[in-house]
Write a protein that binds this ligand. Sequence first.
Ligand code: SAM
Length: 250
Amino acid sequence: MPLDWISVGSHCLRLKLAVRLHWPVRRRPAPLTQQVGVASEPIDTFLSGLHTVDMYGSGDRGFFDLVAPLYDLAMPGARVEPLTSGVDRATRPIERIIDLGGGTGRAAGAIRTANSDHDPLVIDATSEMLTKARDRSLDAVAGDAGRLPVDSGAVDAAIIVDAFHHFPERLRALKETARVLRPGGVLVIREFDPGHPLGSLLAVGERVIGMNSLLVRPATLTDELEQAGFQAEILDRGFGYTVAATLPEM
Ligand SMILES: C[S@@+](CC[C@H](N)C(=O)[O-])C[C@H]1O[C@@H](n2cnc3c(N)ncnc32)[C@H](O)[C@@H]1O
């Protein structure tokens, strides 16, 4: 059944219930997937870029499909402060946020908990991770960060948490994010620093278990962001670091 009919049906049901129970009818905004013009993207279009090891396929998707059921149990909760302070760097009001490589919605869920006005859309390449994000009642769609299924200039902020080092086409993903952001919008990336002792262990560890990830120092990431048209700023450093990158106003 087309999505529109499902949505019309659900609105009618709400209306009938509200009239019967004398409840006020509250208009809900259109789902974020409609607001940002999400088109479905066949998963087969994911391409390999920098990959040298291909044990789990592009973006290490095979690995994340395997671990998705246990992922949230194994991972600590996402740190929301660096994300919200990064999002605050935007020079425009923030209504629509996308979480790229958002997986099970660990970070998107934390943002929604911190600010109930924000309900990020999760975009990820791995179907089992997306299933978990939907279990959290987050909107979640399959998509490759290198070819986002989102209209140009449709979003105000994007976050990428612990995922950028898995993206096979890094610069392409940054340019795509610049395309879908509105001027004054912001991209916040949380990554691990291979120059930190724990970061170098992680970099080696991921390779040892067959992942094709690529961790880079904060300065390298800011260079890549500037090549993609952003103005980038390192917000914090350590094993994990945060970079906020704004898209200049026209
Ligand atoms: C370590 S998980 C991080 C998930 C989430 N951001 C978090 O912090 O829990 C990395 C995620 O990146 C996704 N990913 C890898 N390559 C991708 C690509 N090209 N486009 C979108 N997602 C991708 C994987 O499917 C996986 O869910």
